[in-house]
Design a protein around this ligand. Structure first.
Ligand code: 4AD
Ligand code: MG
Length: 431
């Protein structure tokens, strides 16, 4: 019995005979030699079959292999500096598991709709695989950052009786005889958790029934939401820039091969460290008006506004102090200027838009009551949230990072649909 190995581990077996379970990615032949491009998920390796050195059966089996056929391939591992993996396999045996006919995704170009309909197969392509590996590294780095900085991971509920981020984009479901909604954000629950544990973070799916068909919007996306007791707006911005720098630097360090596979310009990512620039909403409006945008004070920004601002910097930029009336009910007004709130959106460079939204939260019970009224919120559903202000209220702040927009930016992808294994978008629920 020969050693079983994965492609990623063949380096431990140079000169030995190993057996690898693999799929055929591609194949070429020069008449006397066949070259199998093999993949097993862990990596890629070339298998070389020399006609004069194998039995006729093995030669013919190799000839019958088609794209995405599966097999156990046995061979001797050789060092091969010219190959991408650094190794090559001199094939001595082949056991076909399954011969594939007419694999739909061929090396030629396919349209986006076709690829999205075949997302379950598209994931096998080199680029999609690299994106998923980078996504996993981003998640690892996120957990490392918070676990190493005194935060406790807390899981907020997914089924909720009320809304966290406005009532128009809610997925409504029946909860036996009651109404319930899929969570838009775990924030309100994380505020309760921060009062119990100090510094907390959540990481989970969130849902928005947004009728937006843009390259930045998903219906189901993953959000990381830290919440910190006794931390003000300014301190929260410091955490945010350190957090995002840590993510980018971790990907640069641990995913060099994958960044290369997707053709990312890493020089842009290398600059993401240290302090990030900040501008106030007022300054942003003045700049946009100066650039000829027709946008009055008090209006929210769209993608073109965000991009125009981001283009001035080579790092993410914080836009702070937004008008109170366009932001969420829980944001704390600036004591010096109550018409703006102590909040910031972090806009990624290169046109990737808002990746973080955060703020200091209202801690004054009387003001919280006022906001419930102004926003017509069903008071009973928020009693528990009010209690956080009634019993030992403290200054506290938090923010939410959208995972998929972060993946899109770091990978340099045009659209968030490639950042998540099975995207849920307006008009797409399959596969
Ligand atoms: O700015 P948002 O709506 O903020 C909140 O939900 C706060 N409760 C977060 C907090 O303070 N705990 O969303 C946060 C981030 C956005 O900056 C964006 O990156 C991402 O979530 N996001 C989306 N990503 C993909 N598709 C969508 N439809 C998104 N909506 C928001
Ligand atoms: Mg936002």
């Amino acid at each position: 019995m020969t050693n079983k190995s994965t492609i990623a581990q063949v380096g431990r077996h140079v000169g030995e005979t190993v057996t690898i379970g693999a799929w055929v990615n591609n194949k070429r032949s020069s008449g006397k030699i066949q070259f199998l491009q093999l993949r097993d998920g862990s990596g890629y390796i070339q298998g070389v079959i020399v006609k004069s050195e194998v039995s006729e059966d093995i030669w013919n089996d190799a000839k019958s292999l088609t794209q995405e056929s599966s097999l156990y391939v046995t061979g001797i591992v050789r060092e091969e500096p010219r190959s991408q993996s650094g190794y090559e396999l001199t094939v001595t045996g082949i056991e076909i598991i399954h011969l594939t006919e007419n694999y739909p995704i061929t090396p030629k170009e396919h349209g986006v709709d076709f690829l999205m309909d075949h997302r379950h197969l598209w994931l096998r392509s080199a680029k999609q695989r690299a994106v998923l590996i980078i996504r996993a590294e981003i998640i690892r780095a996120i957990q490392e950052f918070f676990n190493g900085n005194g935060f406790t991971k807390v899981d907020p509920p997914i089924l909720t009786p009320s809304s966290a981020e406005g009532t128009t984009e809610l997925f409504h479901i029946k909860y036996f005889d009651e109404d319930a909604y899929l969570t838009q954000s775990g924030q309100l629950y994380m505020e309760a958790a921060a009062m119990a544990l100090g510094k907390v973070y959540s990481f989970g799916p969130t849902f928005r029934a947004e009728k937006s068909k843009t390259r930045r919007h998903l219906i189901e996306f993953w959000m990381i939401e830290p919440e910190m007791a006794f931390v003000d707006h300014e301190e929260s911005l410091r955490v945010q820039e350190q957090f995002v720098s840590h993510i980018v630097q971790s990907v640069l360090k641990n995913c060099a091969k994958e960044l290369e596979a997707i053709g990312r310009d890493v020089s842009k990512l290398e600059q993401i460290q240290g302090e990030f620039p900040r501008i106030t909403y007022d300054e942003a409006i003045a700049f946009l008006q100066g650039e000829g945008f027709d946008i009055p004070w008090g209006e929210d920004f769209g993608a073109p506004h965000e991009t125009a601002i981001a283009e001035r910097y080579n790092k993410p930029v914080f836009i702070t102090h937004w008008p109170t009336h366009i932001k969420a009910f829980y944001m704390k007004p600036d004591p010096a200027r109550p018409e703006v709130v102590l909040c910031a959106d972090m806009i990624a460079p290169e046109g990737y838009g808002e990746i973080i939204g955060g703020s200091q939260r209202i801690d004054d019970p009387a003001l919280m009551e006022e906001r419930f009224n102004e926003h017509n919120l069903a008071r009973e559903a928020y009693q528990w949230y009010m209690d956080l202000r009634t019993y030992g209220s403290v200054p506290h702040s938090g923010f939410g990072l959208g995972l998929e927009r972060t993946v899109a930016w770091i990978c340099g992808l045009d659209h968030v649909r490639e950042t998540i294994p099975f995207p849920r978008m307006l008009y797409r629920l399959y596969p």
